[in-house]
Design a protein around this ligand. Structure first.
Ligand code: UTP
Length: 304
């Protein structure tokens, strides 16, 4: 089966976990070191051979479209000052993918956001990458998660989703995979179902969905048939569960490091860790942390 060339990146959520910062700035535009979160997500899609990115936009998210647009005044000045190279990383993205925007009129959930992309997707398989999560390979020779999923899809021809192992205390935060009572010995492994944010007692496994998927187009039919669940939202996990009862859906563990950058704790962690890997910023940050961290930890410790 041919690898997908289209990816849906939903960015229409309200970002309530990161208020007040996200009152007027989309969380996907918050900066990690020197680029917005969405930038890292699109770079991952490009590594997987994606050519068309469908951004599911909501109200107040025009900053994302503007970011990928040409900014004549700025670009002209950079050209004249011989500093156009400052836009190299952005231009690489602009030259490699088409960015298509679709409006999600109301934030009716992740499943609904994905369904909004249907007019562009047709009957082709496609990738979904959550716009507020950054996934990075642990070592330079390793692949990005979406590229790994894409390879698996090429081999099996069936929907394949990334999974990661989590601690019991985190079960209620994620969609969880049901392997039908037995833990697979080999991956990609066919799943028996999915459950959205279960209680620990009902959790079928400790394998969670980190927000990277490749779907056959049948997921769109399942999404259309979904009734709104908790909080009136259409859940992607529920549609995946129905799909897995009708056709094979595979799960593939990722070794990538995942940053939940749309979260108040995940965000600074992403800045520190990605900053440490950055060629210009890394040495300064490392030096600062080495010298200041012990003192800083002492000064900010809460009295026990
Ligand atoms: P989240 O649940 O993390 O986003 O959805 P949110 O709703 O913005 O977050 P909080 O909980 O209120 O802080 C994951 C991704 O799906 C998008 C979000 O923009 C985010 O990138 N999303 C979510 C949509 O596009 N539409 C929706 O209706 C919901």
């Amino acid at each position: 089966m041919k690898k997908p060339t289209k990816a849906v990146i939903p960015v229409a959520g309200l970002g309530t976990r990161f208020l007040p910062a996200t009152k007027s700035i989309p969380k996907e535009m918050l900066t990690i070191v020197d680029a917005p979160i969405i930038f890292y997500v699109i770079e991952e899609a490009i590594h997987a051979g994606i050519q068309d990115i469908v951004l599911i936009q909501g109200r107040g998210k025009t900053a994302i479209e503007d970011f990928f647009d040409t900014s004549y005044e700025l670009e002209d000045k950079l050209m004249r000052d011989n500093k156009y190279y400052l836009l190299d990383r952005l231009n690489e993205i602009r030259n490699k993918v088409n960015i298509i925007s679709i409006r999600q009129k109301h934030p009716l959930g992740l499943g609904h956001a994905v369904l909004c992309a249907q007019p562009v997707l047709g009957n082709e398989p496609f990738a979904v990458l959550l716009g507020d999560e950054i996934m990075l390979p642990q070592a330079p020779h390793e692949d990005y998660t979406t590229a790994e999923l894409s390879k698996a899809f090429e081999a099996t021809g069936h929907s394949t989703v990334a999974i990661m192992s989590i601690q019991e205390v985190d079960v209620q935060k994620y969609g969880i995979v049901d392997f039908g009572g037995r833990l697979p010995q080999e991956f990609p492994a066919r799943v028996a179902g999915f459950v959205e944010k279960p209680n620990l007692n009902n959790a079928p496994s400790l394998w969670a969905l980190p927000g990277r998927y490749i779907f056959s187009s049948s997921i769109l039919d399942e999404l259309k048939n979904q009734k709104p669940g908790k909080l009136g939202e259409i859940q992607l996990t529920d549609a995946m569960n129905s799909l897995s009862k009708k056709e094979p859906v595979y799960a593939l563990p990722t070794r990538n490091i995942r940053y939940d950058a749309g979260d108040k704790v995940g965000y600074p962690i992403a800045n520190i860790e990605i900053g440490l890997r950055h060629p210009d910023v890394g040495p300064f940050l490392r030096n600062y942390l080495q010298n200041q961290l012990p003192l800083l930890l002492k000064q900010t410790a809460r009295p026990s």
